[in-house]
Design a protein around this ligand. Sequence first.
Ligand SMILES: CC(C)(COP(=O)(O)OP(=O)(O)OC[C@H]1O[C@@H](n2cnc3c(N)ncnc32)[C@H](O)[C@@H]1OP(=O)(O)O)[C@@H](O)C(=O)NCCC(=O)NCCS
Length: 211
Amino acid sequence: MPPSQPLRSPAPLIVFGAGGHGRVVAEAAMLTHRWDSIHASDRMPSAQSELLPGIRLLDADTAMALDPEIHIAIGDNQAREKEASAWGHERLVSVIHPVASVSQFSSIAAGCFVAASAVVGPMAVVGMGVIVNHGAVVDHDVEVGAFSHIAPNTSLGGYAKIGQRVLIGSGAVVLPYIVIGDDVTVGAGAVVNTHLLESGTYAGVPARKIL
Ligand SMILES: CC(C)(COP(=O)(O)OP(=O)(O)OC[C@H]1O[C@@H](n2cnc3c(N)ncnc32)[C@H](O)[C@@H]1OP(=O)(O)O)[C@@H](O)C(=O)NCCC(=O)NCCS
């Protein structure tokens, strides 16, 4: 799919996930002006009636009855992957903040969120349901596997290859050409200068396995 989004969608958008990340996604979706109608939903009952001013919170059955496009706005990678399957991958849509910089020569799969001030470089390939959070840089030719989360202000150097359900913690730096396997967590502020192929938690400068 090309990173540019169609100007208008005929369907309403449901932002699924009524937490802080949901609020960030809902505001970005409003700013795209792609959807006439945006609502939020969650499996957890809430005392609130709105996620943000103008974004009503609906129960999941009411949301589904609208035959909507869905964005799963849950920060946790496993939970996001599970909800994406539950709602159906064919309904998933990406939300790209209007002040993100996404190369026309990159590829962004369905269900991704690219936040304000994030950069996705040319020939980068971003898999389904990935979060590229505020200010993160996914440089040229980087691959990011499905349902990973590239947290705020991280930097993925050119040709780095990131597996599925990986969390790259806030402010971490992954050097160019580094390969990170599935289900790896990289701690905030880490510098990754060797391949991390075994699942687990790595932190520090340089990053070492801690858990
Ligand atoms: C690395 C991380 C996943 C570990 O979390 P955890 O499993 O709860 O582990 P703990 O907090 O018990 O820490 C375990 C040890 O690692 C150390 N540690 C934790 N995070 C660290 C980090 N980012 N860098 C260096 N050391 C770290 C702790 O001080 C502790 O050391 P100790 O055993 O000597 O006391 C977590 O601290 C982290 O950095 N998460 C990233 C969060 C993030 O950026 N989210 C994005 C939000 S949008």
